[in-house]
Ligand binder design. Sequence first.
Ligand code: CP
Length: 307
Amino acid sequence: MRSVIDITDLSKEELYGLIDTANDIIENPGKYAHACAGKKLATLFFEPSTRTRMSFEAAMYELGGSVISMTDGASSSASKGESVSDTAKIVSCYADIIAMRHPKEGAALVAAKAATVPVINAGDGGHCHPTQTLADLLTISREKGRLDDLTIGLCGDLKFGRTVHSLINAMSRYENVRLVLISPEELRLPDYVYNDVIVKNGMKCVQTSDLSWALPQLDVLYMTRVQRERFFNEEDYLRLKDSYILTPEKMGHAKPDMIVMHPLPRVNEISVKVDDDPRACYFKQALYGKYMREALILSLLSANPEK
Ligand code: CP
């Protein structure tokens, strides 16, 4: 029984294997239509979600399995004081695999230690979001044709943006990846990611607050939302929320084959006028997340497609 709490729980070879499986699901969905028949996924979401929860649920249905769901902590016995550990133990009695999102960093690890079925971290506070990274890796691999030899700009809220932390961890395994970290001073990457991942792995990296300076260098631009729900003070959020807005005019300074990614939801950081640009990949990225979640569920349940 194995859980995925952090992207580093998966080896580089396993990541390539999941990408291969996801590509095969895209090409041959019928082969996988009954792979999880008789299995149940529980989605436990103590924080709001559209993409992650619904793509996990769609993934399980497309594999022939079924889903039980808790969409809101307030409607569960967590509101009466039940611990994450007890919740995980109980839900293990009802489901074969759990996908859990929680506002507290480390909650998914606590759940995994108590559960008797695999737990997938669907986002724990500002810490990490490994299945978003799976979606990101499939997007980069399909749209750029490689995961090595890339200059990747990460722009916006790098402090609280858990998707950024997980993506940097994943990209540290690939060759010749250069990072351009674009953020206001106050929203820079936390030291535990900068020192323990970027410095420790000898990644090439520059930090700047200037998106216009960075844009012409990039193969991938990964925009992020300023994470209002993680701010202690509304005034700071209001001051920082529109630090970066990607517009068609700015896209004019980017490479013709740069791709624009965003984990979504978007608030104001990418103008809707950019959506028609063929380099805008964020809606495809959300779709790819479903296929990678299918691949991960198959792997954790050791389920096989039809030959
Ligand atoms: N990208 C992402 O995690 O989206 P949701 O919050 O809608 O799940």
